[in-house]
Design a protein around this ligand. Sequence first.
Ligand SMILES: NC(=O)c1ccc[n+]([C@@H]2O[C@H](COP(=O)([O-])OP(=O)(O)OC[C@H]3O[C@@H](n4cnc5c(N)ncnc54)[C@H](O)[C@@H]3O)[C@@H](O)[C@H]2O)c1
Ligand SMILES: [Zn+2]
Ligand SMILES: [Zn+2]
Length: 344
Amino acid sequence: MLAYTYTRPGVFELTEKPKPTLQEDTDAIVRVTLASICTSDLHIRHGSVPRAKLGVTIGHEMVGIVDSVGKRVTSVQPGDRVVVNVETFCGECFFCQNGFVNNCTHPEGGWALGCRIDGGQAEYVRVPLATQGLTKIPDNVTDAQALFVGDILATGFWATRISQIEEQDTLLILGAGPTGLCALQCALLQRPKRIIVCERDPARRKFVAEHWPTVLLAEPEHLAAYVREHSDHGGADRVMEIAGSDETFRLAWECARPNAIVTIVALYDKPQTLPLPEMYGKNLTFVTGGVDGCDCKVILERIAAGELNTLPLLTHTYSLREIDAAYSLFEQKQDGVIKVAIRC
Ligand SMILES: NC(=O)c1ccc[n+]([C@@H]2O[C@H](COP(=O)([O-])OP(=O)(O)OC[C@H]3O[C@@H](n4cnc5c(N)ncnc54)[C@H](O)[C@@H]3O)[C@@H](O)[C@H]2O)c1
Ligand SMILES: [Zn+2]
Ligand SMILES: [Zn+2]
């Protein structure tokens, strides 16, 4: 079968690999129908994910049809249409029991697919711990509608949950990339009083204005003053940093009101500093981390009910054979791309 493989540092190539087979009773094999490209895949190619293994098939955001299951897989059966979760997790360890599945202690727990083990930019993928890692897609939800559920939509949902957004809040979201836009949609479900989205790219600001006209839009320049003017208590009650630059890391706490919650979703190329003397007395709460992707079922229910819709984010579709072109478009942010689907 065809698989998009991390062949050497800085290089992904389409290669021929054997179709994966069940290795454990808890595995499933999924025939991938649609996969997507995530910014984290670019981080792997750029060498900033040291645990990514050479030779691995890339891809951790996909949907497909269950091909076969091991004896101990209880939640799905062959023929089921499923979302694959970015994280594999056992469901039994201390962290899983508390919903902290990103820190599952199982050897194949956490973000393994498309990083430490073969992922889904391929015709088939082996999913370990499949009872937890696969979620059935409701009949009235299409593959394209479900494509982001296992990764970036799970991230937006988790970021909203840990930000504890309430109806009186002014929420500031830094970054309107695909992950920021998923967080925006999930945050809207909480009905905060106001949402301000700060985005540097005019095309992306325009995209937000077209699809979510109630959102206030801002540029990073003079953002703190803008947020002060458009909030009730001298700054944002909740902030989500989903842009990932030095500037936005600083803006995240500068634009927050005292006692706000600041959620750091972005990954950074280098360490960031918290200038505690400057922040003294602001009494902020910072929450950070890798997504705990354990809400896929609820997210799919919200999509089925018409409350979440990420289809507008899916701006381009390519076949697996054209995946190099898809990467180049996505990486260079050409032609107004937000997300790309790969037909496998
Ligand atoms: N914590 C997690 O588990 C998790 C999961 C998914 C993604 N992420 C991270 O979230 C971040 C966003 O992901 P994405 O796929 O949306 O990436 P992206 O690069 O497409 O989006 C970032 C957006 O921020 C904007 N931006 C950059 N600098 C800015 C500035 N100074 N002011 C205003 N806007 C600015 C960019 O124009 C872009 O639209 C990445 O760092 C990614 O690695 C984290
Ligand atoms: Zn991802
Ligand atoms: Zn676990």
